[in-house]
Design a protein around this ligand. Structure first.
Ligand code: AMP
Length: 209
């Protein structure tokens, strides 16, 4: 399946979860700049060392670093689901010089919902599944329901950093909503619903793209 899709929305809106399910349904390539950066940090690369301070504070890594990290991966792909990129108008303009985009899905969630979701979010160290101690009873004992791996809390999922990430989202990333609405490719989805209902709506957009 072809399709060049951007998932846009605040941290905690469900972009990563939805992207993983969309990959299973569509076979498209999932590109998460947050995941790529966390891999660079884990491997101790120069890029990772430079990015880490920004990430720990919840600030954005500079645009040129991000664009260079993702350029080749996008340019070579038939279709993709971008998760967490672009996050600034400058990144969107750089992306437009690399490729066209078919559809942008904006998953809307307000500040209080973001804080509740991210303070209770957990990620499996083994399979990468994203879960939540509020909605998943088995998560509270620290074990992944799918693979029995260890669940952990991301370093930047603490209240102070979450609040900064939301403020950064509002000032740097939210302008992309009108940017892509003006381009005629924005599709808004209410993120404050059961994840499978959100998925069904996103799939309809992706299949029509
Ligand atoms: P995420 O996993 O998307 O929440 O990203 C985690 C952190 O990585 C963010 O808080 C930023 O510090 C950094 N990051 C991820 N994607 C980008 C991007 N497109 N531009 C700048 N910084 C990013």
């Amino acid at each position: 399946m072809r399709g060049r899709i951007i998932l846009l929305g605040p941290p905690g809106a469900g972009k990563g979860t939805q992207a993983k399910w969309l990959v299973e349904k569509t076979g498209l390539l999932h590109l998460s700049t947050g995941d790529l950066l966390r891999d660079e940090v884990a491997q101790g690369t120069e890029l990772g060392k430079n990015a880490r301070a920004f990430m720990d504070r919840g600030d954005l890594v500079p645009d040129d670093v991000i664009v260079e990290m993702i350029r080749g991966r996008i340019a070579d792909a038939e279709g993709f689901i971008l998760d967490g990129f672009p996050r600034t108008v400058a990144q969107a303009e750089a992306l437009a010089r690399i490729t066209d985009v078919d559809a942008v899905v904006y998953i809307a969630l307000d500040r209080e919902q973001v804080i509740v979701r991210l303070t209770s979010r957990r990620v499996c160290r083994d399979c990468g599944r994203i879960t939540n101690v509020l909605s998943d009873e088995t998560a509270s004992d620290g074990t992944c329901r799918t693979c029995q791996g260890e669940l952990y809390q991301r370093d930047d999922d603490c209240r102070e950093v979450i609040e900064n990430r939301f403020d950064v989202y509002m000032s740097a990333t939210a302008p992309l909503i009108s940017h892509y609405r003006d381009a005629g490719i924005l599709n808004e989805v209410d993120g404050n619903r059961p994840p499978d209902a959100v998925l069904a709506e996103i799939l309809a957009v992706v299949e029509g793209a």
